[in-house]
Design a protein around this ligand. Structure first.
Ligand code: TRP
Length: 446
């Protein structure tokens, strides 16, 4: 591409876009069902731990590589790998990122499509048999068509570019989302019987925390929710100027992301418990919330119609700014790697990702396996690669991260040592315990 790289219009615009990437279905749908499955607050505590000790360091690693290179993932890794151990072979990690982007967006669009449909249906009121309804709409042509609609909007925004597409949408969407989530959480607080939901959500049963599965799930959830491990944040940072304070921004993005997830729990659990529907989510699965919540809203009369609508609108808005960032990774790869113009890359990559979604749209088991593979293998593995790259390979990471910050370097020394030692050890432990089972789940599909 001739000319210089696209730029964010303002620092706030970048931060809103990055928060928009992080905050999405992962915070609302995935966080709630994972928390329900793992028994409540203990999982939340672990997930917070991963966010702070693993997520923030990797977030800063992605920001540093992206801004410093001014390139999308494959070229960025080649840039910093050049003349270092491994050399341009580090490109392969970037290729894995792009692959992960395709996989995640393909099924993410399908879930967003369910959400879109539910927003519309909430207005006319959910029927009585939510379980059967979800079974009918979650698979097949219906699911695919709503996925197509959602993806078409995503593609149109990415096609318009960084500042006039992604940034503009994020500046409107994120405040709107926050208002909706806080409003619904306040409404939920007024429900009789909701207190059992808070008790479930906020009382830690630490006996559970030490199960390997819960720890592995909390790690995968932290990566997914923060959009880490596949170069999405890296790509957004490649449009940044050097006067941005990256350490501060990584903290703001992570705190916002955790904050919205926490608020989502404050909406979902009282809503479900107030209607006595906790049985619906114990032993929770992908579809649990799409069954339990419509039941809860149906039980609330007219208020349920309004709140249900707003709830699913919030989910769609969150999903949109996240899907945009997933698509941007593969679109920027097409631009930087294949020399395509943005509009062409947005359409070709977007249509390819949409078509791939057919596999998940027609089979919810495939969707679940893709989600497991993406989180437990690709994102955690990608995070390990990034930690090792910045910790051991890249030249002068502290100087690069500190540009535009100029604060005390002690935190950056701690950061680098986390990336060198603690983060890889933790992630290798997680992979050790998750890879066999994840591979088995893939084999079971056939
Ligand atoms: N973080 C988003 C969510 O919570 C999903 C997402 C967007 C994502 N971009 C990503 C996940 C990049 C992993 C990697 O819904």
């Amino acid at each position: 591409m001739a000319g210089s790289r696209e730029r964010w219009n303002s620092k706030a615009g970048f931060v809103f876009a990055a928060v928009g990437s992080a905050v999405g279905l992962g915070n609302m749908w995935r966080f709630s069902y994972m928390t329900a499955e793992s028994g409540g607050a203990a999982f939340v505590a672990l997930y917070l731990g991963f966010t702070v000790l693993v997520g923030v360091p990797i977030m800063l690693a992605e920001l540093t590589i992206g801004r410093g290179s001014g390139k999308s993932p494959i070229q960025a890794l080649a840039h910093y790998g050049r003349d270092r151990l491994g050399g341009s072979a580090w490109k392969a990690l970037g290729v894995v990122f792009v692959l992960a982007g395709f996989i995640i967006i393909s099924y993410y669009g399908v879930i967003a499509g369910w959400t879109l449909r539910y927003a519309a249906e909430a207005l006319v009121g959910f029927g009585s048999d939510a379980g059967a309804h979800f079974g009918e709409i979650s698979e097949g042509l219906d699911a695919f068509l709503f996925h197509v609609v959602f993806m078409a909007v995503t593609i149109a925004i990415v096609r318009r570019g960084v500042s006039s597409g992604i940034e503009r949408v994020s500046l409107v969407a994120m405040p709107a989302l926050l208002v909706l989530v806080i409003g619904i959480a306040l409404y939920a607080a007024t429900l009789d019987g909701g207190s059992a939901g808070y008790a479930y959500y906020l009382n830690a049963d630490f006996a559970n925390v030490f199960s390997t599965k819960v720890v592995v799930d909390a790690a995968g959830q932290a990566f997914f929710s923060l959009s880490l491990g596949m170069g999405a944040i890296l790509t957004y940072a490649s449009y940044l100027d050097r006067d941005n304070n990256l350490p501060a921004q990584s903290g703001v993005i992570a705190a916002s992301d955790f904050g919205v997830a926490f608020l989502a729990g404050l909406m979902v659990f009282p809503l479900i418990f107030a209607l006595g529907l906790e049985g619906e989510v114990s032993g929770s699965t992908i579809g649990a919330l799409f069954v339990a919540l419509p039941k809860a809203f149906a039980g609330m009369g007219a208020a349920g119609q309004v709140v249900g609508f707003l709830f699913f609108v919030a989910l769609v808005v969150g999903a949109l700014t996240s899907a945009i960032s997933l698509l941007e990774v593969v679109v920027s790869a097409g631009m930087d790697g294949l020399g395509w113009e943005r509009p062409r890359s947005a359409i070709v990559m977007g249509v390819a990702a949409t078509a791939m979604g057919a596999a998940s749209a027609w089979n919810i088991k495939v969707l679940g396996v893709m989600d497991g593979v993406a989180n437990n293998l690709f994102l955690v593995g990608g995070g390990l690669g990034l930690a090792l790259f910045v910790g051991w390979i890249m030249k002068d990471p502290i100087e690069e991260a500190n540009e535009g910050a100029g604060g005390s370097r002690i935190w950056l020394v701690i950061w680098l040592n986390l990336l060198r030692f603690a983060v890889p050890i933790v992630l290798i432990w997680v992979l050790w315990h998750s890879v066999p089972e994840t591979l088995r789940s893939v084999a079971d599909l056939f």
